[in-house]
Design a binder for this molecule. Structure first.
Ligand SMILES: *Cc1c(COP(=O)(O)O)cnc(C)c1O
Length: 489
């Protein structure tokens, strides 16, 4: 393919994507395929000779589309939103086209410098304490990671390196392995599995602590767990706190947890993957109160802030702890002829290479403006409130967690089995897509406002379907267990 053909194909592909998104409301959110469907549709080996791109385009509708879940359908209410906006798509085209990898400042200065600037823009939008900003502090700064999972892991590995160093400073006979055996990380039972996985990857013990009746991890619970571990001569070192859990969007009490962490020199990392975006609205910023105690935090503009996957914003208060944790020629690559020291992001992440992801963030922030992004968040929250009122108007149902942002967790009063059945019927019906969840043995349904195309009529449509399926459950006698559609995250 030469540049001229690329121009033609590029226009064709942009049309394809624009048409797809323009007409997405005509598609059912879930595809009707079974595992292994695609294998039958393509040859079992790569073609020996290059094919004409027309044949490739023709296969999109034959091979790919039948198996696509339409996350941007206005009837998609599962998981959490996945951002998808045109300015971000343009940024990804440009990033791909430049194809310039930014592992050090010199390997692509614009990549590093725009990222540094964007992390400060974002940090100010979230009203983060100055300690996290490049421009306002000596030590703070941020990076775009590819995921919240990676951010939680990076934070844990940095905390681990630091605590091992401190322990060995105090006792030179200790081996790393001996310290490792004593390290304990904490999180809440409600937090995302990525925290537990970070601990598993980091080979440290993790304790999932109980949440209170509102789903929050509280300071006293942490303090007690830490005391128990100190009594056993273990070394508490990391807390994975959550702001907006995936299961039911609950919030750990950072204002209580922070001081406990400070007292025991525990690294508090905040996972605000979904809810972080809401903090750009002053009226929701309170959910991050206590962030000043954190050593690191991350949220996903790729969820709820119009930046296409992948784009996770992660900040640290002390960049030397992240740059120094796994440094290889740490000071050697310092840029000599500049007054400003720019980070070499390869030290801040697991991979070496990195894409120019700040472009799409820049395009989004400039195209929507802060007030435009705030308006979209507020719209989604008001739609969730609308659904909540529907649920409350029907005495058969109950709300499972306070609706603060764009997620409504609800269930039929009574047995889990009735709710499993309800979930099964909604899933089988297929006109809307939701995913269930379970906390403390209570099974419930999650209705998330996901697509920017979802409006009041779609919420009313969804509620009609939920009610219709609930009528069936109410009519049926005897309960059958249909547990197969639980998504364990
Ligand atoms: C979605 C989500 C994650 C996982 O995010 P990735 O960026 O895919 O790793 C982690 N934590 C919470 C609370 C989430 O909602």
């Amino acid at each position: 393919m030469d540049a001229d053909e690329f121009r033609t194909r590029g226009r064709q592909m942009v049309d394809y994507v624009a048409d797809y998104l323009d007409t997405i409301d005509s598609r059912r959110p879930l595809p009707d395929v079974t595992p292994g469907y695609l294998r039958e549709l393509i040859p079992s080996t790569a073609p020996d000779r290059g094919e004409n791109f027309d044949t490739v385009m023709a296969d999109l509708d034959r091979v790919i589309m039948p198996g696509v879940t339409h996350w941007h359908s206005p009837q998609f209410h599962a998981y959490f939103p996945a951002a998808n906006s045109f300015p971000a798509l343009l940024g990804d085209i440009l990033s791909g086209g430049l194809g310039a990898i930014g592992f050090t400042w010199a390997s692509n200065p614009a990549c590093t410098e725009l990222e540094v600037a964007m992390m400060d823009w974002l940090g100010k939008m979230l009203q983060l304490p100055n300690d996290f900003l490049y421009s306002e502090s000596e030590k703070g700064g941020g990076i775009i990671q590819s995921s919240s999972s990676e951010s939680a892991l990076m934070a844990l590995l940095c905390a681990r390196t630091e605590v091992i160093r401190q322990q060995q400073d105090n006792n030179q006979h200790l081996t790393k392995g001996q310290v490792l055996d004593k390290l304990v990380a904490y999180t809440s039972i409600e937090s995302h599995s990525c925290i537990e996985r970070a601990a598993m990857t980091g080979l440290v013990t993790i304790r999932a602590l109980p949440s209170d009746e509102n789903g929050a991890l509280r300071g006293a619970t942490l303090e007690k767990a830490v005391q128990d571990d100190l009594d056993k001569e273990l070394i508490p070192f990391y807390l994975g706190a959550s702001i907006g859990t995936t299961t039911r969007c609950t919030f750990d009490n950072l204002k209580e947890l922070g001081p406990v962490c400070n007292k025991h020199k525990i690294w508090m990392h905040i996972d605000a993957a979904y809810a972080g975006s809401a903090c750009i609205c002053p009226e929701f910023r309170y959910i991050l109160d206590g962030v000043e105690h954190a050593k690191s935090l991350a949220f996903n503009p790729h969820k709820w802030m119009q930046v296409n996957h992948d784009c996770t914003a992660m900040w640290v208060k002390d960049k030397e702890l992240i740059e120094g944790a796994f440094h290889i020629d740490y000071y050697i690559l310092r840029q000599s002829n500049h007054g400003v020291r720019m980070p070499d992001f390869r030290h801040w992440q697991i991979p070496f290479g990195r894409r120019f992801r700040s472009l799409k963030l820049w395009f989004v922030l400039r195209s929507f403006g802060v007030s435009g992004l705030q308006a979209l968040i507020r719209k989604d929250i008001s739609l969730a409130k609308q659904f909540e009122r529907f649920v409350q108007s029907d005495p058969r149902f109950e709300i499972v967690a306070e609706v603060v942002l764009g997620l409504v967790c609800f269930r039929l009063k009574g047995d889990n089995s009735r709710n499993e059945r309800l979930n099964y019927l909604i899933h089988k019906d297929g006109r809307i897509h939701m995913t269930p969840s379970k906390v403390k043995d209570m099974y419930f349904l999650r209705f998330a406002i996901c697509s920017t195309r979802t409006g009041a009529a779609d919420v009313a449509f969804a509620w009609d379907i939920v009610r219709e399926m609930a009528d069936k459950v109410t009519l049926e006698n005897g309960s059958v267990c249909y547990n197969e559609f639980i998504d364990h995250d």
